[in-house]
Design a binder for this molecule. Structure first.
Ligand SMILES: CC(C)(COP(=O)(O)OP(=O)(O)OC[C@H]1O[C@@H](n2cnc3c(N)ncnc32)[C@H](O)[C@@H]1OP(=O)(O)O)[C@@H](O)C(=O)NCCC(=O)NCCS
Length: 405
């Protein structure tokens, strides 16, 4: 039953996700964030001063460090939000833009805010190399450069590359390289199909990135740049990366840039403004497990969200599990199926029905917002129902949201 204190999504938008070496690579993540922060309120006629709080996730710190810090505060001021607006920058790795939604929801439930924006923004290709020690000077010898993107796995502190943990844990769960390649081919195919059916379109999930040029017309990016035709044969020939037993450039998402924003209101506030909610936030939960469990944590988090909501897995018409690698949806749906092969096939069938990050890209801080809105828009196309979106983040953190449309 709907309640005036429910938290509802009234607007949700993202930029297209870019590839490594395209025009977007020079655009700061703060600027990408501003694109969606303006668009998500414009679409529903909300003024910047009417947003009580902005929660902003970004997790490749070295990239936003190029603009020093507090990207949320910088983006909100530059995007026209008033000086009095409260904003928070947070980094919970790839979970970030669902953590922002969860914290925004909690703030609203606590009566602190009536309108909250949840943002995620990332430009991974723009991540600089770091040159530690220069401040002290180099009297003699080489200068060391560190690639803040390389291996994506916190190896400096002794943890494994994420791709290694994901691949090993997948094998332990009986999820082979071939299954991961098949999932990758499916992701690309479903994504191209969704595009052909007009699903990822400007005015709904997407808003374009416009990059002014010194001379001539601006460059306009209005489609995700990564989806490609592929085959299981081509995928099977790719070499594994980062020491992983299974992960390749084909069954991993590409390194991407992009942003996402979701506008939340209390149902009472949305009603007052005459806004028809896109979805109701039924439960938003967080979790973590032992650090190499990155591929299993979406399953644990989905279970926690179901427990919190009193709903059952069978109540979910659709599931989104972020394709940090193909291992994540495969391992997590297998765990959720509890060893029942038929159930596993059924769960796979309703997971990532429009493809996922392997095809679309994975700008890490923005992806959780992306899976949430992809879920909401697809539930709406299907006439409504419940769905769950879950994501894993660095060293096995998890975030999940159950939506009702
Ligand atoms: C895997 C990774 C290192 C690959 O980077 P890259 O080498 O720049 O990637 P490319 O797109 O050039 O692909 C490498 C090769 O694989 C091929 N390839 C990639 N996807 C393919 C597909 N679906 N089908 C066939 N071939 C494919 C490319 O054509 C390229 O071939 P080439 O060397 O002959 O040109 C990088 O994408 C990566 O780090 N991804 C993971 C990101 C990540 O960890 N995110 C966080 C998760 S928690």
């Amino acid at each position: 039953m709907s309640n005036k204190d429910d938290v509802v999504i009234v607007s949700a938008v993202r930029t297209p996700f870019s590839r490594f070496d395209t025009a977007v690579a020079d655009t700061p993540s703060i600027d990408l964030g501003m694109v969606v922060m303006k668009e998500v309120i414009n679409r529903v006629g909300v003024k910047p001063e009417e947003v009580d709080e902005i929660y902003y996730g970004s997790c490749v710190v070295a990239e936003f460090a190029l603009e020093t810090d507090v990207p949320a505060r910088q983006a909100s001021l530059l995007a026209g939000f008033p000086a009095e607006n409260i904003s928070v920058t947070l980094d919970r790795a790839c979970c970030s833009s669902l953590t922002t939604l969860r914290l925004g929801t909690l703030s609203m439930k606590a009566g602190e805010a009536k309108t909250v924006m949840s943002v995620g923004s990332e430009n991974m290709p723009r991540t600089p190399h770091l040159a530690p020690g220069l401040r002290k000077g180099v009297r003699i010898g080489h200068i060391k450069l560190i690639d803040a993107l390389f291996e994506l796995g916190y190896t400096a502190k002794g943890f494994n590359p994420v791709a290694l943990d994901a691949g090993e844990v997948a094998i332990e769960h009986g999820v082979t390289r071939n299954m991961q390649d098949e999932w990758a081919a499916r992701s690309q195919e479903l994504c191209l199909k969704a595009y052909a059916e007009g699903k990822f379109k400007t005015g709904e999930e997407l808003t374009p990135i416009v990059i002014p040029q010194k001379k001539g017309d601006p460059i306009v990016i209005d489609r995700d740049e990564s989806p490609r035709k592929t085959s299981i044969e081509a995928l099977s020939k790719l070499r594994t990366v980062y020491g992983s037993p299974t992960v390749t450039a084909g069954n991993a998402p590409p390194i991407s840039a992009g942003s996402s924003a979701i506008l939340l209101m209390t149902r009472e506030q949305a009603d007052k403004r005459g806004l028809k909610p896109l979805a109701t936030v039924v439960a938003a939960v967080s979790s973590a497990t032992e650090p190499r469990g990155i591929a299993v944590v979406p399953a644990y988090t989905i279970r926690k969200a179901l427990d919190r909501s009193g709903l059952k897995l069978d109540d979910m018409s659709l599931i989104e599990i972020n394709e940090a690698f193909a291992a994540m949806p495969l391992v997590s749906t297998k765990i959720l199926a509890g060893g029942d092969e038929k159930k596993w096939a059924e769960l796979r069938g309703k997971t990532n029905v429009n493809g996922g990050a392997i095809a679309l890209g994975h700008p890490v801080g923005a992806s959780a917002g992306r899976i949430t809105m992809t879920l909401a828009y697809e539930l709406r196309r299907r006439g409504g129902g419940y769905g769950v979106a879950a994501i894993c983040g660095g060293l096995a953190q998890g975030e999940a949201v159950i939506l009702k449309v």
